[in-house]
Design a protein around this ligand. Structure first.
Ligand code: CU
Length: 330
């Protein structure tokens, strides 16, 4: 086989492998390059804008890289000495006008589309009679207050199809509420109230994550929305949330640092700590934190908790976590 033919074959093989490899990767998963499947109208509109921009940028990428490869091939040296200059091409008025006007048209189309989508992203559908929920960011958990006074932690229960209006606040530092498939992010800022809305269009558990670095355990500050039928939602807020308040406080708040059984993790083993035996001591500890001037020590996780919440936690830890104070010397 002549050297020239062999070289062409090699190039063809390399290009084919590159195309097959990237096509396989693209088919297997989005690899984090595209947004999650939307399950709320505002998320769907945000994604529409994303895909419009992705379409233009992909087209331009293929065009520019394709032309680059074509010109490299067309004007290759063909055995010329390195000192000899290639063909010099300059001046093409029509082409120059096209590559000036075309980007302006693209930017105008993107801007028009985004302005068309914005109202449907920002505002909930009119006359939707939303369910109002207060979302309170804490180091390092989310607390949800439902209209009937029920509370839950980290997982927000909502009826599928209902518009939910979130009043987003913070009890300590800046956090950011984010469940990607139900729309964008909104910051929880101390001393300020922000609003956000979504309408879960399908049943399911939609997961997210605090999107603002808020301290040592920021990475564990997960959030989720459980979209369920109306009857299941009603049952949850009128019965389950209250019945399991102490347990959900322990698992959603305390266990993050102290472990599910209280035997320690990032925080110390507290399973035999006498504080757990006293409601007053629990209240004092979670309302004030421990040595808060020192970074990395327990923050005042319950600084906004009600008496009912503290009583529920005290009852739960007494039965399920506290192993009795360790005795020394009999
Ligand atoms: Cu955070």
């Amino acid at each position: 086989m002549p050297c020239r033919v062999r070289r062409k074959l090699l190039v063809l093989l390399v290009v084919s492998f590159a195309v097959l490899a990237t096509a396989g990767a693209a088919y297997a998963a989005n690899g984090g390059f595209t947004p999650e499947t939307p399950h709320s109208p505002n998320a769907a509109r945000t994604n529409d804008a994303y895909y419009l921009i992705l379409g233009f940028t992909s087209f331009i990428f293929v065009l520019v890289e394709g032309l680059l490869i074509a010109f490299v091939w067309k004007y290759r040296s063909r055995g010329r000495a390195r000192t000899v200059e290639g063909a010099q091409v300059h001046g093409h008025t029509r082409l120059e006008l096209m590559w000036t006007a075309f980007p302006i048209v693209i930017l105008a189309v993107i801007a028009a589309f985004v302005f068309y989508e914005l109202p449907g992203i920002k505002s909930a559908p009119a006359a939707s009679n939303p369910i109002h929920v207060t979302v309170e960011g804490h180091q390092f958990y989310w607390q949800f207050d439902y209209p009937n006074g029920a509370r839950s932690f980290n997982t927000l229960h909502v009826p599928v199809g209902a518009v939910v209006d979130l009043k987003v606040i913070s009890a300590d530092v800046i956090h950011s509420w984010w469940v990607p498939s139900l729309g964008g992010k909104i910051q929880a800022i101390p001393g300020r109230t922000n609003h956000f809305w979504f309408q879960a269009t399908d049943q399911g558990l939609y997961t997210g994550q605090c999107a603002e670095l808020c301290g040592d355990f920021h990475a564990s500050m997960k959030d989720a929305v459980q979209a369920e039928p109306q009857a299941a939602y009603q049952h949850y807020v009128s019965s389950t949330a209250r019945a399991t308040l102490g347990k959900s406080e322990w698992t959603g708040v305390c266990a993050t640092c102290h472990g599910m059984k209280g035997t320690g993790g990032y925080g110390p083993d507290i399973s035999s700590n006498a504080i757990l035996a006293s409601k007053t001591s629990i209240a004092q500890t979670i309302r004030n934190g421990v040595d808060t001037a020192r970074p990395g020590v327990m923050p005042p996780v319950g600084n906004t908790w009600t008496q009912e919440q503290i009583a529920a936690l005290a009852a739960y830890v007494k039965t399920h976590i506290y192993k009795g104070a360790t005795t020394s010397g009999g």
